[in-house]
Design a protein around this ligand. Structure first.
Ligand code: ADP
Length: 509
């Protein structure tokens, strides 16, 4: 049976109270009995007592004294005390109330009345205790709330003084808060953006990743950070380093997101500036080297021409004079070639217009072969022009394509030893025409293959070849530009010492 309260009876002659105790127990109370005030104190500390029945006449310390002591202990002072007296006229009621008593009963007991009083006081005490508990709970809740408010105020002040934009959103990414820095960085006032979708307010693109990847990371890890380009209210684009976290409730369910965005535009710009400076410096050195190279390339044929002229003036033998004249012609045409290449390159930079017309590729290739016939014969090259029958027409600028294949075949002939083989093969692929220029020449080292299409790039091996070919390192750069202007592509395969294959793919009209 659950007790309705806990009563402690303090009396030096408890036998007298047997009856009372029994009645109270029957009424549902737990009843303990102490022989004296001294015995009572330790018992009080154990389980909370709702009421004390205290005998007045006790030998060592009378009831009044026990009561006064009880009331002096903060922990016990609220326990109601009812005095017990043998005779009503023996009790000093004023004194009893003075020392803190709440009521009194006299023997012989009127049990119904005693129980009624006991019940009232126990209930009152329990109510008071509940009230006190409630008040204690409330005040700790209030204190907690105050602490939280202070913390929140501190946080929101912090939010407003930091220089990073701090933006929080709900689950649907609608803006919930937008701090001062966000106003300063993006130019939008908080009032203008609250409730709006973040994407609608700030247009952005990711720098090193895609939107899908960033969102996937955010959903999976609850966090994403990286660089984004964002647009401000006035349209300017800024570089932002963004750190986004998903906010969850106590059950781990997402309730929104918060982004801390740092404007790194200036930092990026100064890095870009450094890079620009570096590129400028690089370009200047590059140009200086190139000019040195070209003047060297030009000087070689010029020296040959001058020497030949000098000898021409002195020779009378027609055979020798003819040889010198031929030499001069060859060198002059090399010079023309160099200048032509430089001009073509600069024209390609500024005038990317093509005069497109339906073109027979085999016809272009035949013209190239005819033009280079003297070199082929001179070097005793086994030359094959292999074009499949009925190749489709392509839409191309035949003059420019001629330049492409003159360059490729000239290189093939040049970088192949005498008596080697050069094959030009044209075939049709899927939606394209493929032309291969295959030689059995010196080949190109893998590290050079990636760079030979750059302007002015010449592999060391080519430089060392002692010959009249005054290379500029521009030929393949021109070739690639023209091919790309035709929406085609070029690739090279080569093995040093075995030969090279240049493959040009040109789309059908
Ligand atoms: P260059 O005027 O030096 O020939 P190109 O742009 O035509 O300039 O070629 C760049 C470099 O590519 C050459 O210097 C040479 O090293 C290499 N190269 C081009 N074609 C061949 C080839 N068929 N065989 C070997 N090396 C080649």
């Amino acid at each position: 049976m659950t007790t309705t309260g806990h009563i402690l009876i303090i009396d030096d002659t408890p036998d007298n109270l047997e009856m009372l105790a029994r009645v109270l127990r029957r009424a549902g109370y737990r009843v303990d009995i102490a022989q004296s005030g001294r015995d009572a104190f330790p018992m009080l500390g154990q389980t909370p007592v709702d009421l004390i029945l205290l005998d007045i006449a006790m030998p060592e310390m009378d009831g009044y004294a026990v009561c006064r002591q009880l009331k002096a202990v903060p922990q016990f002072k609220d326990i109601p005390v009812i005095f017990i007296s043998a005779m009503e006229n023996l009790i000093d009621k004023v004194h009893a109330f003075e020392v803190g008593g709440i009521d009194y009963i006299t023997k012989p007991f009127q049990f119904a009345e005693v129980i009624a009083r006991v019940r009232t006081h126990v209930e009152l005490h329990q109510l008071r205790r509940q009230d006190q508990q409630l008040i204690a709970d409330l005040s700790s809740e209030i204190a907690e709330r105050k602490r939280a408010e202070t913390r929140n105020r501190y946080l929101s002040e912090l939010l407003q003084v930091v220089s990073d934009a701090i933006i929080s959103t709900d689950k649907e990414f609608n803006i919930v808060s937008w701090n001062n820095a966000a106003e300063a960085i993006y130019g939008w006032r908080e009032a203008d953006v609250l409730g709006r979708g973040i994407d609608e307010v700030i247009a952005h693109s990711y720098v090193d990743t895609t939107e899908e990847k960033a969102l996937a990371a955010l959903m999976l890890d609850g966090h994403w950070e990286g660089e984004v380009l964002q647009r401000c209210q006035d349209g300017t684009l800024i570089n932002i380093y963004s750190s986004v976290s998903i906010i969850t409730d106590d059950d781990g369910q997402p309730t929104g997101a918060v982004a801390v965005n740092r404007d790194i535009t200036e930092r990026k710009q100064s890095a870009q500036h450094q890079l620009d400076l570096m590129i400028e410096r690089e370009k200047a050195t590059f140009l200086r080297d190139i000019l040195a190279n070209i003047s060297h390339d030009i000087r070689t044929p010029l020296t040959v021409i001058n020497t030949s002229l000098y000898l021409l003036e002195r020779h009378t033998d027609p055979e020798q004079r003819h040889r010198k004249l031929t030499e001069i012609k060859i060198q002059a045409s090399l010079l023309e070639n160099i200048i032509q290449n430089l001009l073509t390159m600069s024209r390609l930079d500024t005038l990317p217009e093509l005069r497109l017309a339906p073109t027979h590729i085999d016809q272009v290739l035949r013209e190239v072969a005819d033009k280079l016939q003297p070199t082929i014969e001179k070097k005793l090259i086994r030359f094959t022009l292999d074009t499949a029958d009925g190749l489709p027409l392509i839409s191309a600028d035949s003059g420019q394509l001629y330049r492409v294949f003159i360059n490729l075949v000239e290189n093939a002939l040049h970088y192949t030893e005498d008596e080697g083989a050069v094959t030009v093969r044209a075939s049709s692929g899927e939606g394209e025409i493929i032309v291969e220029v295959i030689d059995t020449g010196i080949g190109i080292a893998p590290e050079d293959q990636a760079r030979i299409f750059e302007r002015f790039y010449r592999a060391d091996k080519a430089r060392q070849m002692d010959s009249a070919h005054a290379g500029t390192g521009l030929g393949l750069a021109i070739v690639r530009s023209i091919v790309e202007m035709h929406r085609g592509s070029i690739e090279v395969e080569s093995v040093v010492g075995e030969g090279s294959t240049f493959r040009v793919m040109l789309p059908l009209a």
